[in-house]
Design a protein around this ligand. Structure first.
Ligand SMILES: Cc1cc2nc3c(=O)[nH]c(=O)nc-3n(C[C@H](O)[C@H](O)[C@H](O)COP(=O)(O)OP(=O)(O)OC[C@H]3O[C@@H](n4cnc5c(N)ncnc54)[C@H](O)[C@@H]3O)c2cc1C
Length: 265
């Protein structure tokens, strides 16, 4: 069994800043980490390999420093990591990102499962997993909360929906995107860290993947950020600061008055 886990390196903060002029994310000066939701995908992949054998390959598209995230994945227990990095990939939207990742997956060879996180904490679209499935012409199951079985060329999963779970069966190979419920990510072991430090992270570029100009990066991205703005609050509010007991009493009186004025009491 070969399981491929695409992971994204994201800024540590959830307060992603955007350049209003260019519409791109400002990544400078912010610590980079493995997208927290991808740790759940890694954990599921490792658990499945422990049960069924085979290998887990983690891939990431990003700048050279994204290799550190792949080393973390190896330290957790992935067998190897592959970095997809090229200036030609810079500025890719979700379409171009999914395309590059899917071409890298083809190059890795025969595989059974691609397991993605639910979404990235910076871009936050949740489109890349389904995008990979579309480019590879594979079935996709999103919001997977439990894998019941993987055998005889099929995979049975529970998919989280608003009021419960859907039980689905998909033929392999399949792309899954997983939610936090799926597993508790393990911490890297010392031995894992040593293996990750010593191991090689190969870098695949556009030429190696046989990608042409216009298929990746800004020129291969049909979507553009047209405008970035903070939504204006339509509702007016009155803020009451209560710093001591007397302040709390005054604030409570004002709340009652406020509700009475509107005939809500
Ligand atoms: C309309 C639009 C325009 C954009 N324009 C630009 C732009 O001009 N310049 C720019 O820099 N960015 C741009 N972006 C952001 C860029 O598209 C995303 O960073 C990238 O495509 C990944 O999408 P996401 O962060 O929403 O990931 P999601 O789809 O939320 O991620 C889901 C899962 O896919 C996998 N995944 C996602 N990205 C990667 C990756 N790089 N490597 C490996 N696995 C991955 C992970 O498993 C992750 O959990 C744009 C985004 C949108 C929506």
């Amino acid at each position: 069994m070969r399981i491929i886990v695409p992971i994204k390196q994201v800024p540590e903060t959830s307060a992603v800043r955007l350049d209003e002029q260019t519409g791109t994310m400002i990544r400078e000066g912010v610590e980079a980490i493995v997208n927290p939701l991808d740790l759940y995908a890694i954990e599921l992949a490792i658990q499945l390999r422990e049960q069924l054998g085979g290998e887990v390959v983690s891939i990431s598209m990003g700048p050279p420093k994204a290799a550190t995230s792949l080393r973390e994945a190896v330290a957790m227990g992935c067998d190897r990591g592959v970095l997809l990095s090229d200036k030609a990939f810079a500025g890719s939207d979700t379409w171009a990102t999914s395309y590059v990742l899917s071409e890298a997956i083809r190059r890795i060879g025969v595989f059974d499962l691609v397991i993605c996180g639910e979404r990235a904490t910076d871009g936050d679209t949740g489109q890349v997993g389904p995008g990979i499935a579309a480019f590879l012409n594979l079935p996709v199951v999103t919001y997977v909360a439990k894998v019941d079985s993987v055998d005889n060329g099929t995979c049975r999963v529970r998919r989280r929906v608003e009021d419960g779970y859907e039980l689905l069966e998909a033929s392999l190979p399949v792309v899954l995107t997983v939610v936090k419920e799926i597993a508790n990510p393990r911490l890297p072991t010392l031995r894992g860290k040593q293996r990750a430090k010593a191991g090689d992270i190969p870098v695949w570029d556009a030429e190696l993947l046989n990608l042409q100009a216009g298929q990746t990066g800004l020129s291969g991205s049909p979507t553009r950020v047209v405008k970035i703005f903070k939504p204006k609050l339509a509702r007016r509010c009155e803020k009451l600061n209560a710093l001591d007991e007397q302040g709390v009493e005054l604030a409570a009186d004002r709340c009652v008055e406020f509700l009475r004025e509107r005939n809500l009491l």
